[in-house]
Design a protein around this ligand. Structure first.
Ligand code: UDP
Length: 243
């Protein structure tokens, strides 16, 4: 593992040159996989993440079907080559099972599941390259993939982490900041309603820091939401143009 840098904030700027409230470079593309019903690709700094959506389709085995709603199934997975250190083993881990669960909980509130009783909607998130904030970037990608797949939704879900490094509240932590900072709080938001559907916490905030962090997360999610919508508009207008 790399050594802890002496300082994570120098002259008010972060080690990668960002201001405390700045996102890493973000790129979102909708409709990148032919075989999936919906798909999206997200790059956020060093993160590269693919999301694929299948369904709504018949849920097998049948005894798992829910008579009045569809089931949303999410699987978050890190490719074994997505991280540089020795920590990642192929296959499900405690961590990926937890992230799959919170991803489902973050996305469920926007989906009109009641429109498809007994069906299943499958959401696959594959982390190809990881640089901290993969659960939140995965949720951002998944909601674009769901919209791309025509899943009826109330809104998109935008997601980003906020945290504290060297006593400063920062948006969108990179790997160093995640590893050596004092706090990390992944947030997912339904931007139109300003409802929060994911909030986790690693570390400590004072109540005032917590308020600041939430405000910053809301601003970050609004920027991400804009990029999500642009990606969908781009795909949609390309289709109208007969591509
Ligand atoms: N990480 C890693 N190996 C692992 C799990 C995580 O190198 O097995 C790295 C990876 O860069 C990840 C970061 O640690 O993005 C932070 O992981 P965390 O569990 O906090 O989740 P994330 O911030 O990605 O949502």
């Amino acid at each position: 593992m790399e050594e802890k840098p002496e300082k994570l904030i120098v002259n008010g700027k972060r080690l990668d040159g960002r201001e405390p409230g700045e996102l890493r470079p973000l790129k979102i593309q909708a409709g990148v996989l032919k075989r999936a019903d919906g798909s999206a690709y997200v790059e956020l700094g060093g993160n590269k993440i693919l999301a694929a959506v299948y369904g709504p389709r018949e849920f097998h085995p049948r005894h798992l079907q829910q008579p009045t709603t569809a089931t949303l199934r999410c699987r978050y997975n890190m490719a074994p080559f997505s991280v540089s250190d020795e920590r990642k083993r192929p296959g499900p881990s405690r961590r990926s099972i937890e992230i799959s669960k919170v991803t489902r909980e973050a996305l469920e509130p926007v989906v009109f599941l009641e429109q498809y009783p007994r069906a299943v909607i499958d959401v696959f998130i594959e982390v190809l390259q990881a640089d901290a904030g993969t659960r939140t970037a995965g949720i951002t990608a998944a909601s674009v993939a769901m919209a791309d797949g025509g899943i009826p939704m109330r809104d998109l879900v935008a997601s980003v982490a906020v945290g504290k490094v060297d006593g400063t509240i920062v948006l969108d932590l990179n790997k160093y900041e995640d590893q050596y900072g004092e706090a990390d709080m992944p947030i997912a938001m339904l931007p139109r309603k300003k409802e929060i559907s994911l909030m986790q916490m690693d570390g400590n905030f004072t109540p005032e820091e917590f308020r600041q962090a939430i405000e910053l997360a809301i601003l970050g999610c609004e920027k991400i939401y804009e990029a999500q919508r642009e990606a969908l508009e781009k795909k949609y207008s390309a289709n109208l143009g007969g591509e």
